[in-house]
Design a protein around this ligand. Structure first.
Ligand code: SF4
Ligand code: SF4
Length: 166
């Protein structure tokens, strides 16, 4: 994955894709879930997260209490030692998040705590959320950071504009 190339392409299309996602808040094609599933399948035939890890490099997951207990146990630390060392609270909503990016657990482009990683990481990039259009704000935040989300939204835009009254 050439992330420099991706960053340039995503920056040039961000406005256009954000406009599409915002419009999707108001006009939702009837068979959206089917369309998303179909297009998403084509994305994962081309994207390999093992060659990317841009989410781990540029964003932070949020950690639930359960995540903190599970991961700290795995690392043989107390939850307090774990949060003191790696996490801070989001001043806006109180969520636990990483102090720094890239994520401290990303080693050699791989997650070193993969089996016990936060739920947020396990579910990322959230393409399977239902209904898809309820997560437009998340996709707007991620479209220029996650090549898979970028590809999904760009392909959805083309399909919707071609096949629906839009
Ligand atoms: S915990 Fe693992 S999957 Fe989650 S951001 Fe860190 S390195 Fe990436
Ligand atoms: S989820 Fe997106 S940003 Fe993260 S590794 Fe996969 S393609 Fe890259």
């Amino acid at each position: 994955m050439d992330l420099k190339k991706f960053n340039r392409k995503a920056a040039s299309k961000k406005k256009e894709l954000t406009k599409f996602l915002k419009k999707l808040d108001k006009i939702v094609p009837e068979d959206m879930p089917k369309l998303v599933a179909e297009v998403d399948k084509t994305v994962w035939e081309e994207v390999d997260c093992m060659n990317c890890a841009n989410c781990c490099k540029t964003m932070t997951p949020t950690y639930t209490r359960k995540d903190i207990v599970r991961i700290s146990e795995h690392l043989k630390m107390t939850p307090k030692e774990f949060t003191d060392k790696w996490l801070e609270k989001d001043p806006d909503n109180g969520d636990w998040m990483n102090k720094k990016q890239p994520c401290q657990f990303l080693i050699d482009n791989k997650c070193s705590i993969y089996e016990v990683r936060p739920k947020d990481c396990a579910e990322f990039p959230h393409h399977n959320k239902k209904p898809f259009d309820m997560y437009n704000d998340t996709f707007i935040q991620n479209v220029h950071r996650c090549p898979a989300t970028f590809m999904l939204v760009n392909r959805l835009r083309k399909r919707v504009e071609k096949e629906y009254e839009w």
